[in-house]
Design a protein around this ligand. Structure first.
Ligand SMILES: O=C(O)C(=O)C[C@]1(C(=O)O)C=C[C@@H](O)C=C1
Length: 279
């Protein structure tokens, strides 16, 4: 089983991918961007791919949602939630006062916004935290925001841990595949849909879930990219698409939407512990 992840080695996504070893024997392969991971699954170069979808401080990873909605017909096979400990990382011997530029993934920079503002640093974005850590190697006025494990892998130094602006920081990752997960009895389903621009249309859809006592776990809108005021909705709810109640609700919703895509049913994740220093 080949599983791709947003790399290089040392990203939070790799930490999430390592958790998959509990479920199946797999070989982990690193990719430079989220789109490359999804594309490799789509083209059957790998069996599954792990990408971030949502963070408890900064919200959704827009690119992941957009690719699932508009560009690929892939399924969510599993979700993995891990705690995120952002570390300030430099070359050995560098002091806080030496740092001029801070490098990281835009989502990580956003999760540490107040911390960065207090230090008055310039920022530079990278495809991932570990790519930023690799980049600062040998650059004495640069720091990276990255996992502890990235510092260890690239022989860098952790100046400060847990620098995110809010204590409870978690990211939800999804494992994407060509098919979704079989029924386990403790599942969730994700769909995406768009509506006609008429009064009450979203209410009509949500009513179908309320009527059947189905618990929604997330709702999010993203631009439909056809102009202001036009949206696509992502909805997560409890239950598996093979259960009668869910078959029924999906049928009702498909009749009330302009477009609907089932992204998949998969087991609800527990929150994993960080294993940032374990392999
Ligand atoms: O750069 C990484 O380490 C990633 O795994 C990406 C990512 C993200 O896109 O949200 C994952 C977890 C953190 O929330 C910050 C960055």
């Amino acid at each position: 089983m080949k599983i791709g992840y947003l790399g290089p080695k040392g990203t939070f996504t790799e930490e999430a991918a390592i958790k998959l070893k509990k479920f199946e024997k797999c070989k982990l392969l690193s990719f430079d961007s989220i789109v490359e991971v999804l594309d490799a699954v789509d083209k059957n170069k790998i069996d599954k791919g792990v990408v971030p979808i949502e963070n408890s401080i900064e919200g959704s990873v827009g690119i992941t949602l957009d690719l699932l909605a508009f560009e690929y017909n892939l399924c969510i096979y599993r979700e993995i939630i891990i705690p995120i400990n952002h570390c300030l990382i430099t070359n050995k011997g560098v002091k806080l006062s030496d740092i001029e530029v801070i490098c990281s993934h835009p989502h990580s920079l956003a999760q540490c916004r107040k911390f960065i503002e207090k230090l008055g640093l310039k920022i530079r974005s990278f495809q991932s935290t570990a790519a930023a850590a690799k980049f600062i190697k040998g650059k004495l006025n640069y720091a990276a925001i990255a996992p502890k494990r990235a510092a260890k892998l690239y022989n860098l130094h952790v100046i400060q841990e847990n620098i995110q602006d809010y204590k409870n920081n978690f990211t939800r990752f999804i494992v994407v595949a060509k098919r979704d997960h079989e029924f386990t009895g403790d599942d969730k389903t994700s769909i995406v849909f768009s509506l006609e621009d008429k009064p009450g249309r979203l209410y009509e859809v949500l009513k179908e879930f309320a009527k059947r006592n189905i618990n929604l776990t997330k709702i999010e809108s993203r631009p439909l990219k056809l102009g202001l005021g036009r949206y696509i909705f992502f909805l997560d709810f409890e239950g598996h698409r093979k259960e009668n109640k869910i078959v029924d609700v999906l049928d009702a919703v498909s009749k009330k939407t302009h477009f609907m895509k089932i992204l998949g049913s998969y087991p609800i994740s527990k929150i994993y512990e960080s294993n940032s220093l374990k392999k």
